[in-house]
Design a protein. Structure first.
Lengths: 131, 131
DNA sequence: CTACAAGCTGGAGATAACTCCAGGTCAACT
DNA sequence: AGTTGACCTGGAGTTATCTCCAGCTTGTAG
């Protein structure tokens, strides 16, 4: 259990950013302390690290929100009732779409990495070839 | 040689976006037509496609700017004079840093893809396991 | 008991990256 | 000559994502 200052320090976000994420509904730290101070759990921190990663992948906070919320729902329920099946199928669809996008992104990234390696090699040859 | 409208259509950017990129110095299409209309070359289009790719990787326009400008300089010169060597080394440094960042991003992306695949699998088992 | 650091809130301000608009130029068609 | 459509400019407006601020509460150290 951490204060907002500790959570900020550990995740590298600013405290204002964490409050902003809460406003957006990305995060729901508990509020039990007298003045209404936030209490961040290890789960909250994990979510924040995941968020940071997704952000670096270029997802918007809204996308991340729908993504992490569907994930959270999954881990919360261990048994299923009859009507939940459709919801579950929706989530599978969402995740599958997201997966496809990430895989495309990976292909692009690979190509970019290769092109960059090539450029670096060319540069080095240019250097070595003209001493 | 293309008009701004054609370039916009082909690259998927809006025409205002292309003008905005020019204002930023990311792009310098020729301006030979009477009213000062822009003329986009195949090189300009290649640059735009590369830009789009880099953007999807999460780079800011400023980062892309320094990156594409250093690349453009490379392809422009085929022979080297003595003082250029230091400049060249700088560029190699810039590209190498960028490469390292991209490779880290790739590792993160891989992990994320695997986690997502796992989640999808778990969901599907949940569905299949409770008919 | 006072001082101080760390939290809190609501709202304003900042930045990046567009996006739109009014009013003007220019070439081509009718 | 007039209309139309694509392009031009400078500048205002928008959206997402923070970032900062003034003024208040609370827990702890001296």
């Amino acid at each position: 259990m951490y204060t907002i200052g500790q959570a900020a320090e550990m995740t590298g976000f600013g405290h204002d950013t964490l409050r902003f994420y809460e406003k957006m509904g990305l995060l729901k730290p508990q509020r039990k302390r007298p003045g209404g101070a936030r209490v961040f759990s290890d789960d909250d921190l994990r979510l924040l690290f995941g968020l940071k990663c997704l952000k670096r992948m270029g997802l918007s906070l809204e996308e991340i929100k729908s993504f992490t919320i569907s994930n959270r729902c999954m881990t919360e329920r261990s048994s299923m009732s009859e009507g939940d099946e459709a919801v579950l199928r929706d989530r599978i669809g969402l995740l599958t779409d997201h997966l496809a996008r990430m895989e495309m992104q990976r292909r692009e990234l690979d190509e970019l990495i290769n092109r960059t390696k090539n450029n670096i090699r060319l540069y080095n040859e240019l250097l070595d070839g003209t001493p």
